[in-house]
Design a binder for this molecule. Sequence first.
Ligand code: SF4
Length: 261
Amino acid sequence: MLGCRQALIISIKDEHREGRAVDIEALANQYSSKTPEDILRLALESFDNVAISFSGAEDVVLVDMASRIQPDVRVFSLDTGRLHPETYRFLDRVRERYPIRFEALSPDAMAVERLVREKGLFSFYQDGHQECCGIRKVGPLRRRLQSLDAWVTGQRKDQSLATRATIAVVERDAAFSTPEHALVKFNPLANWTAAEVWDYIRSNDVPYNELHERGFVSIGCEPCTRAILPYQQEREGRWWWEDAADKECGLHKANVAVRRR
Ligand code: SF4
């Protein structure tokens, strides 16, 4: 006899294969208080065409958890060309430590050349980060997501009251789904706090980015990330010259849209 989880997985696979919409809201309710491992297992077992997005920061816990469920899980990272050397070293340590299928996604070279030719290397300090993030992050991500049915992110509610407080553990990706291609986004760590993430890292001897030892919490590109002070919200170290409600790079821009409604 099938257990509940197996029956659910079979029904999601059937719905997906037959082109019927998966009831994401019901799934989100059903899994809202499950553990990150349970949510991750559901993502990896329900969708054959799924990958984890790894930023090079503390969401490495997802890679560690997933590699115990599916050792050759697909993991991708956005190599913007502007990451800290420490982050590049860390990505390589993770790639060596786990038997994952790791991809570093590069931006379109001509688009980067055009931006730098027209506006220089630090235009984001003058006219905001959206254009540069659009080229270096959103473009490569959109290309990759077009070939996936689901992806897994390390987003957590406690990362930002302004943009992440209401994220669900599983949602339809409002930013990257199209009428022809429904994309599901899993956020297994949505309900975890930073303290729980770090308990996991320490208890399981998970590798971490050495920048965390120097006051960096949320880590992105080198020119757009700085260390924060005690009790600051962790995303205050990102694009610190901009309004808190705009601090999404386009990867999760539906968070900003929801906030503005
Ligand atoms: S975080 Fe900064 S450097 Fe990186 S892609 Fe965005 S604007 Fe460009």
